[in-house]
Design a protein around this ligand. Structure first.
Ligand code: PHE
Length: 357
């Protein structure tokens, strides 16, 4: 064989092997190509190599040199193909391919609980009416939950069956030297100061007025607790919004205007307010406030002019200042607005209910 056809055979081999290695889609195809071209016994390179012996003596060095180059080229192409398949990862060798055109899994986006949303909105409305938000503890003492609110010891509202009491015993050690120079007397007194879960947000009225002189214009929103059996309209824990305004010359007309603006803002239309005479120990006069809701009057909470005894309890002078207060059920407002018929829905944590808000 002369040199030219031998070199042409080698060129053909380089072209075929390069294509086969580059297009091998998986490890099995690559291995098949390796055996076809580089196989030790029946590989095509081996076959071409056999032809070297028939090349004339003077052409042999050139033919041998080219053969070695081609061999190196084929091996390099094979290694490159192997590296390409390895970097594509095992999923491409076995198993299904990733399909980037498939739609993704939808992410569930969380949201605020409907009551949290209502609370935020009511805070906003009260803010626009000039009331700042005040907070108080949910565990209260009897002074803030009752006494300062003009609810004396024998009042039925203080019945342990009507409240969640927690009793906390506080030990105290008193050291005292008697006047007649007797021995040191160390006395241990046990002062039991009952605490309870607050039954109303009116406690915050007292806490704010104790801290600051008038004028006061606050709102407080939060949980209150009463041992009621749960049914469609009762739950042992619910939320109230309290409003308190104390200043000079505050009248019932101010109370009515604020409640009317509040209701109109929340319900988004012109809402009428009606007062019915009622009784609360901490307001005088006291009223139940109703609002008109699509041709129906619904009760929306208690209100009244702050009782002079309450003003005195916090060191205010009832001759100088007067005030109004109101306390409304937040669940009730939210239920009316959204047509929710059972208060227990708020506390079941059922996503199908919650995701509607
Ligand atoms: N605290 C009363 C209640 O829980 C509501 C109220 C608040 C009434 C303020 C008058 C004034 O029922």
């Amino acid at each position: 064989m002369s040199l030219a056809p031998f070199l042409a055979e080698l060129d053909g081999l380089v072209a075929d092997a390069g294509k086969a290695f580059a297009s091998a889609a998986d490890a099995a195809a690559l291995e098949a190509a390796r055996i076809e071209f580089l196989g030790a016994a029946k590989g095509r390179l081996k076959a071409v190599q056999k032809g070297l012996s028939t090349v004339s003596k003077e052409d042999k060095p050139a033919a041998g040199k080219r053969l070695n180059e081609v061999k190196a080229q084929l091996e390099a192409d094979f290694e490159a193909a192997k590296a390409r398949l390895a970097s594509a990862g095992p999923a491409t060798k076995t198993g299904p391919q990733f399909d980037p055109t498939l739609p993704g899994k939808p992410l569930r986006v969380g949201r605020l609980h409907p009551l949290s949303q209502t609370i935020d909105e009511l805070k906003d409305i009260m803010g626009r009416l000039g009331f700042t938000v005040a907070d108080g503890p949910e565990i209260e003492d009897e002074w803030h939950n009752f006494e300062a609110l003009n609810i004396p010891g024998e009042h039925p509202a203080r019945d342990p069956l009507e409240n969640f009491y927690l009793s906390v015993a506080q030990g105290q050690v008193e050291s005292r030297k008697s006047k007649d120079e007797g021995p040191d007397i160390r006395r241990s007194t046990f002062d039991v100061r009952p605490l309870l879960l607050r039954s109303q947000t009116s406690t915050v009225q007292i806490r704010v007025m104790e801290r600051q002189p008038p004028p006061v214009r606050i709102t407080s929103l939060g949980r209150v607790y009463r041992p009621d059996a749960a049914d469609a309209t009762h739950y042992p824990m619910f939320h109230q919004i309290e409003g308190l305004l104390v200043d000079r010359h505050v009248t019932m007309a101010d109370l009515k205007s604020v409640l009317r603006m509040f209701a109109t803002s929340y319900l988004g239309k012109d809402v009428h307010i009606r007062f019915r005479p009622s009784f609360f120990p901490f307001t005088e006069p006291s009223v139940e406030a109703d609002m008109q809701w699509s041709d129906r009057w619904i009760e929306f909470g208690g209100a009244g002019m702050v009782d002079p005894n309450v003003l005195r309890a916090v060191g205010y002078d009832p001759e100088e200042v007067s005030g109004f207060a109101f306390g409304l059920g937040i669940e009730r407002l939210c239920m009316r607005r959204h047509g929710i018929t059972d208060i227990r829905e708020f506390y079941k944590n059922d996503v199908r209910f919650l995701e509607q808000f």
